[in-house]
Design a protein around this ligand. Structure first.
Ligand code: SAM
Length: 430
C-alpha cells in the first residue's frame, strides 16, 4: 500500500483507538492491501472445491483474520456463502461460527470446512474405489431429463447418472461422509452443468467425478493436517458451528455464545447486484435447481430472498432496512469494541456506498478510518465475476470495497425496526 494511503489511514484513525488489537490491525494494513490486489484464484486448502457465487477472496479473508484475531479466537460470519471465512479460520487455528439463510450455502460450508480424521479419510477413499466407481460402471439407469425453469428438457442420461451418484452416496453409513461424498458429486455436477453451453455425456461426468473425488480427498487430508497443526486447544468441539438462519436472528439463536466472538468477518449480499446464489445456469441463462437435488435440500425461495431485497428496487430501500436491522442486532449482542470487516460491492457506489456507511453508523458501528471522504481506501477491481446489475444510464463499477468498523455496543438510531417504518425511515438513513 502506498505510504500516503497508510498515512491517511493513520491520521483518520479514531482517537480512542488505543487497544493492542486495533494497533495490530493498523500495523497490518500493508498486508491487507497487498492481499486485496491479488487477482489469482486461491488454489490452496478446500477453496477450489465448489465455486460459490460472489465468494470472498481467500487472500483477503486470510489477511483480515490475521490482522484482527489471534489463534484460538472465534470469528463470526453471518453471511457465510461458500465457507471461505470458515476454511481460513480453522486452517489458521481460529474457531468459526457461520450462518446463512441459503441451506445450500450451509451445506457447502459444513462440508468444506469440517475436518476429517485419518480413519474417515480411509473410509471415504474406500467408498470411492469399492462402491462408487464400480456401481457407476455396472448399474443400469433409466433416463431422467434435466428440466430447466422454462420447462425445456435436456441430457436425460447424464442427469440420471448424476442422481444415481447421489443415491450411491446415501448408502455411506456416516452422515458426515455422506455429506462429503455429495460435495464431490455437487462439484462434478457443477463442472458439467453450471454455465455450460455444451451437452455432456455420462462418460465425461464419470471422468469429472473421478477427478473431483481424488481432489477432494487429497485436499481434505492436507486441510485436516493444517487445522491440526495450528489449533491451540485439544478440544475439537465447537471449532466450527454452521447455522442455517437469517442473520437477523443469529444473536437470538446464539444467546450468550455470541459474546465469545472476537471479530465479524463477512461479505453480505451486494445492493442492486443480482447474484444467483441459489441456482445454476445451463445453456445460456436457463436456471436449474440441480444443486438442491444433489444435496437433497429444500429450494423454495425466490432470488430476492437471498439478496436482502429486490434488485430492481430503485433505492435499494428494503436492502438497507434489512441490513440496518441485522447490524443493529449484532451491535447489541457482541462485545463493545468488536471489529467488523466486510467485503462489499455496489451497483451504484456513488450513492449506495455513503448509504451503506450511514446505515452502519446508525446501527452503532464506527468506521476505523480506512475511508477518506466516504470512500474506502482499500478496494479492487473484481476478477472473473458473473453477475447482473441494473445500471440504467449509469456506468457500473465492478469494485469490491473493504470496510472496517468497530462496535460501540449502542444503536444510534433505530430506524429499521419494522416494515411499517420503512417509508418514514427512507429519508432518515441518508
Ligand atoms: C456475498 S455472499 C457471501 C459469500 C461468502 N463470503 C463466500 O466467501 O462464499 C452473501 C450470502 O449472504 C446470504 N444471505 C442473504 N441474505 C441473508 C440473510 N438475511 N441472512 C443470512 N444470510 C443471507 C446469501 O445466501 C449469500 O450466501
Amino acid at each position: 500500500m502506498q505510504n500516503n494511503l497508510i498515512n491517511t489511514v493513520l491520521c483518520n484513525r479514531p482517537i480512542s483507538s488505543n487497544s493492542m488489537r486495533e494497533d495490530f490491525f493498523y500495523s497490518r494494513l500493508q498486508d491487507i492491501w497487498e492481499a486485496s490486489q491479488r487477482s489469482d484464484i486461491a488454489s490452496e486448502l478446500m477453496h477450489p472445491i465448489y465455486r460459490y457465487p460472489a465468494s470472498m477472496s481467500p487472500h483477503i479473508a486470510r489477511s483480515l483474520l490475521q490482522a484482527f484475531t489471534s489463534p484460538g479466537d472465534t470469528i463470526l460470519d453471518p453471511f457465510c456463502g461458500g465457507g471461505t471465512t470458515a476454511v481460513e479460520a480453522l486452517a489458521h487455528g481460529r474457531k468459526a461460527i457461520c450462518s446463512d439463510l441459503n441451506n445450500l450455502a450451509c451445506f457447502i460450508t459444513r462440508s468444506k470446512a469440517s475436518t476429517l480424521s485419518r480413519n474417515e479419510l480411509v473410509r471415504l477413499r474406500e467408498w470411492v474405489d469399492t462402491k462408487a466407481l464400480p456401481s457407476l460402471r455396472t448399474r443400469a439407469i433409466s433416463p431422467k431429463p434435466l428440466v430447466t425453469k422454462d420447462g425445456s428438457k435436456y441430457v436425460p442420461q447424464t442427469h440420471a447418472l448424476l442422481l444415481k451418484m447421489r443415491d450411491i452416496a446415501k448408502e455411506i453409513p456416516s452422515r458426515k461422509l455422506e455429506r462429503i461424498a455429495k460435495l464431490m458429486i455437487l462439484r462434478a455436477g457443477q463442472l458439467c452443468f453450471d454455465c455450460r453451453e455444451r451437452f455432456v455425456n455420462p462418460a465425461v461426468l464419470v471422468q469429472a467425478f473421478v477427478k473431483t473425488a481424488n481432489d477432494v480427498i487429497d485436499r481434505a487430508e492436507n486441510y485436516a493436517k493444517c487445522c491440526e497443526l495450528t489449533k491451540v486447544s485439544r478440544d475439537n468441539r465447537r471449532r466450527l458451528s454452521v447455522l442455517c438462519a437469517d442473520a437477523e436472528n443469529i444473536s437470538r439463536i446464539l444467546g450468550q455464545r455470541i459474546s465469545s466472538v472476537s471479530c465479524i468477518l463477512t461479505s453480505p449480499p451486494y445492493p442492486g447486484v443480482h447474484v444467483l446464489y441459489h441456482r445454476w445456469q445451463f445453456r445460456g441463462r436457463k436456471e436449474i435447481t440441480l444443486p438442491y437435488e444433489i444435496a437433497e435440500l429444500n429450494n423454495g425461495a425466490s432470488e430476492s430472498y437471498y439478496t436482502l431485497g429486490p434488485r430492481r428496487e430503485k433505492d435499494s430501500h428494503t436492502y438497507f432496512c434489512r441490513l440496518g436491522r441485522i447490524f443493529s442486532h449484532l451491535n447489541e449482542s457482541v462485545r463493545a469494541g468488536t471489529l467488523v470487516a466486510q467485503v462489499v460491492a455496489f451497483s451504484r457506489p456513488d450513492y449506495q456506498l455513503p448509504k451503506y456507511l450511514n446505515v452502519m453508523y446508525k446501527a452503532g458501528f464506527n468506521e476505523m478510518g480506512i475511508s477518506q471522504e466516504g470512500k474506502p481506501l482499500i478496494h479492487r477491481a473484481i476478477p472473473n465475476r458473473k453477475w447482473y446489475i441494473r445500471t440504467g444510464n449509469v456506468e457500473s463499477d465492478m469494485r469490491e470495497y473493504i470496510l472496517v468498523h468497530r462496535s460501540t455496543g449502542k444503536v444510534v438510531q433505530r430506524v429499521f425496526e419494522n416494515n411499517k417504518c420503512y417509508k418514514s425511515a427512507r429519508k432518515d438513513y441518508l
